[in-house]
Design a protein around this ligand. Structure first.
Ligand SMILES: [Zn+2]
Length: 305
């Protein structure tokens, strides 16, 4: 069967964070693959299967990325060693379609949903540390050992975490509490809406915004029908990047019966379909139970003293 493009993802055996110096450029910190460490391609579909049936595992990519501490380089490396880079090069620049000349500088048309983006391909290739040839060839690009600027990687992760936070607040608001969304809109510079609107209006506004954020990130999603085994049919979904997949999975989760919670003990994000869940993991749940027990014991001790 012909394989759907972008249904798999590239991951190197090992990544490092290092500063790269070039002439005429300020030093930039990068997340870089180590080609000698080997590489694999894995199926995007695997990521979704790792979620867990009723509660998401903390190793499920969506939950992992929601909780990734971007101030710690070793946590970032741990994430990319598991899943690969976010795929920002494809995500931002799509596929390169044609070239034009502006004076002496060749400019390239990059596909964007609904139009084109005119870019200086050499500059973009330089920024992601791959050759111009690899960047311009849409097949070669996926396998090229591109690097991602650390600062851009962090920005993307933090943006995703904000969407997770919004999903969390929407869940809270849907349970009847207006303050999470008032706080959200107020912090976003929409004080008037935050103060004047009733919970229902806030909720519908927030849901619209969440959809916009998700849809913007998965504009390159592709879907094909294919002949399956033993006369059955199968479907394949393709994405331009790992970051697109993560948005898609989060969207599918909250579109089904999962909701986005925050742990009462460590404040970490979790995804669950269990209405009573209060903690991100079994560990936090156990620790909270023990703490509660200790608290219950204390007053009794005092009475003895
Ligand atoms: Zn926790």
């Amino acid at each position: 069967m012909q394989e759907l493009r972008w249904s798999r993802w590239f991951r190197c055996g090992k990544y490092v964070i290092e500063k790269v110096s070039r002439n005429d450029w300020p030093d930039v910190e990068y997340i870089r693959p180590v080609p000698e460490s080997g590489h694999i391609f894995y199926d995007f579909a695997e990521l979704g299967r790792k979620r867990g049936a009723r509660k998401a595992e903390k190793t499920y990519i969506v939950q992992w990325l929601l909780n990734l501490d971007t101030s710690k380089n070793e946590e970032i490396l741990n994430f990319v060693n598991h899943f690969g880079l976010l795929g920002l090069l494809q995500h931002y620049y799509g596929e390169i379609a044609a070239v034009t000349l502006e004076g002496k500088t060749p400019l390239h048309f990059a596909h964007k949903p609904g139009g084109f983006l005119l870019i200086n391909a050499q500059q973009v290739a330089d920024l992601y540390l791959i050759s111009l040839e690899d960047f311009l060839d849409n097949d070669r690009r996926q396998k090229a050992f591109a690097s991602e600027p650390l600062i851009v990687f962090k920005k993307e992760v933090e943006e995703f975490q904000k969407v997770g936070e919004l999903a969390h607040r929407i869940h809270k608001a849907a349970l009847g509490s207006g303050w999470p969304l008032r706080g959200w809109f107020s912090a976003g510079g929409m004080k008037e809406l935050a103060e004047a609107a009733d919970n229902e209006t806030l909720l519908s506004e927030a849901r619209k915004r969440l959809c916009e954020s998700v849809n913007r990130k998965i504009q390159y999603m592709r879907w094909v029908l294919a002949p399956g085994e033993e006369g059955r049919w199968s479907e394949h979904t393709g994405f331009d990047s790992l970051i697109s997949v993560v948005y898609y999975l989060l969207a599918k989760d909250i579109e089904s019966n999962f909701w986005c919670g925050r742990c009462e003990r460590c404040n970490g994000f979790f995804l669950s379909s269990v209405g009573s869940q209060r903690h991100c993991t079994r560990q936090c749940e156990d620790a909270a139970r023990k703490a509660k027990k200790r608290q219950a014991v204390k007053p009794a001790n005092k009475a003895v003293v």
